[in-house]
Ligand binder design. Structure first.
Ligand SMILES: Cc1ncc(COP(=O)(O)O)c(C=O)c1O
Length: 435
């Protein structure tokens, strides 16, 4: 079936193979499982009428929210909420200059705090990670080659494709296969060379092999560009005093793995762990100066709202005071869910203990029914349909936050048990080996 304007608008079901010459129809064809779910499943595109802690109300139904990326629960912290009005009094709600036209001093304060927390030389704040990928990757890649991990986040893909349209060559290497990357680096002599990867993968919750990739980048004179949207705020530097294996301070994957920023650009955002609309990259002062004129979002994009700059700054304070305790609590709650899956013999790719827990279904066609089952049993998760994940990984993603109550975790564990009785889930590797 050819996708019509009518079906694009949602008034007709989207089924069948789509053929088209046009990229938008090809893309819509790729997304048609997702579009069908969006039309039919209460877990997709829901309107949230009310929240109460980490409980959300959709229509008449209250659900425990396991789809939020507010890992540390900063969105609900009274200390952070209370900090906002004073900033609004002083700055109004919105600066409405692009950063080049004028940056409230709050940006400088955030960049200074970032340098101190991350241990990097300099940092640049822009509104979102997506805008950073779309504007910084093309500048760093120039007319050279980008080596992109094949499981990198869609927003990295888009940034790389934009760079390719501007003259860069794009090559993909297999995730978790540094040999494949090395082979490509050896056969390509162009300059500059940029390696783009996810830090903590947004679906599996596992960390990339940063030490090996950093070594390859340094050996082959490339720059390693790491999207750590999900790691920053959760994982941090290791220390014998640490309260849990996430480490201390939540200062991201580079510090967590004992690396430094030599030939590494770390990109992350505040919109997950810090519950604020802003993002950043680490850089040298020279790169920062270049990006001020070469990266369009610095010149042209609307800025983060003052409330977000305020909650970012208040978030740094709270992170210093209580961040490690919150992370220890998050670790424990996540471990409860992972242990439950293990006891039920259900597979998850999560090997790290990170609060992203993907549960693939045995049959990808069950996703609609499984989503409805979870919803009807009061559990809200992210449905992972094709093409968000490959077909053999279609399922759902649970995200745990420090502000999920013990009662919500218990409810999740109970519902997962019921789900395992009614649906075919992929067996855990350990269960398979034992059978
Ligand atoms: C790995 C990763 N990168 C980038 C983004 C997009 O971030 P932003 O909303 O700051 O553009 C996300 C959002 O979920 C993500 O998971």
């Amino acid at each position: 079936m050819k996708l019509t304007a009518e079906s694009r608008n949602g008034s007709a079901p989207i089924t069948g193979a789509l053929e088209s010459q046009c990229w938008i129809d090809r893309w819509l064809s790729t997304c048609h499982d997702l579009a069908n779910l969006e039309l039919s499943n209460p877990m997709m595109d829901a309107v949230i009428d009310e929240i109460d802690g980490r409980m959300i109300r959709v229509g008449e139904r209250w659900l425990a929210d396991f789809a939020s990326c507010n890992y540390l629960g900063f969105d609900l912290e009274s200390e952070i909420i209370a900090a906002v009005p004073a900033y609004l009094e002083r700055w109004g709600t919105h600066p409405s200059w692009s950063r080049m036209l004028g940056s409230p001093v709050l940006y400088e304060q955030i960049e200074e705090r970032l340098c101190e927390l991350l241990g990097c030389e300099d940092a640049l704040v822009l509104p979102t990670i997506t805008l950073i990928h779309m504007s910084v990757i093309p500048v760093l890649a120039g007319g050279g080659t980008i080596f992109m991990e094949n499981r990198a986040h869609k927003t990295i893909y888009d940034g790389c494709h934009y760079a390719a349209a501007r003259g860069a060559t794009l090559k993909r290497f297999q995730s978790d296969a540094p040999d494949d990357l090395e082979r490509l680096l050896l056969e390509d002599n162009s300059k500059p060379r940029l390696i783009c990867v996810d830090g903590i993968n947004s679906m599996t919750g596992n960390a990339t092999d940063l030490e090996v990739l950093a070594h390859l980048a340094r050996t082959y004179d490339a720059l390693l560009y790491v999207d750590d949207a999900h790691g920053f705020g959760v994982i941090g530097e290791r220390d014998p005093s640490e309260l849990c294996p996430y480490g201390n301070r939540g200062n991201g994957i580079v510090r967590h793995l004992g690396e430094n920023y030599d030939q590494i650009v770390l990109v992350s955002g505040f919109s997950k762990s810090y519950s604020s609309l802003a993002a950043f990259l680490t850089c040298t002062p020279a790169l920062k100066r270049l990006l001020k004129t070469a990266a369009p979002p610095y010149l042209y994009s609307g800025p983060s709202p003052i409330a977000s700059l305020a909650t970012t700054l208040a978030g740094f304070d709270l992170n210093e005071k209580r961040g490690d305790l919150l992370r220890a609590d998050l670790w424990r709650k996540t471990a409860t869910v992972l242990e439950c899956l293990d006891e039920l013999g259900i597979h998850t790719p999560n090997r790290s203990g990170h609060p992203i827990i993907e549960v693939p279904l045995a049959d990808h066609e069950d996703i609609g029914a499984a989503g409805r089952f979870l919803f009807e049993n009061g559990i809200y998760v992210t449905l992972a349909a094709y093409p968000l994940v490959p077909r053999n990984e279609v399922g759902f993603r649970i995200q745990v936050t420090a502000s999920n109550s013990q009662a919500e975790i218990d409810q999740l564990v109970d519902v997962l048990g019921k789900l395992a009785n009614g649906f075919d889930l992929q067996p855990s590797k350990r269960a398979e080996e034992a059978a």
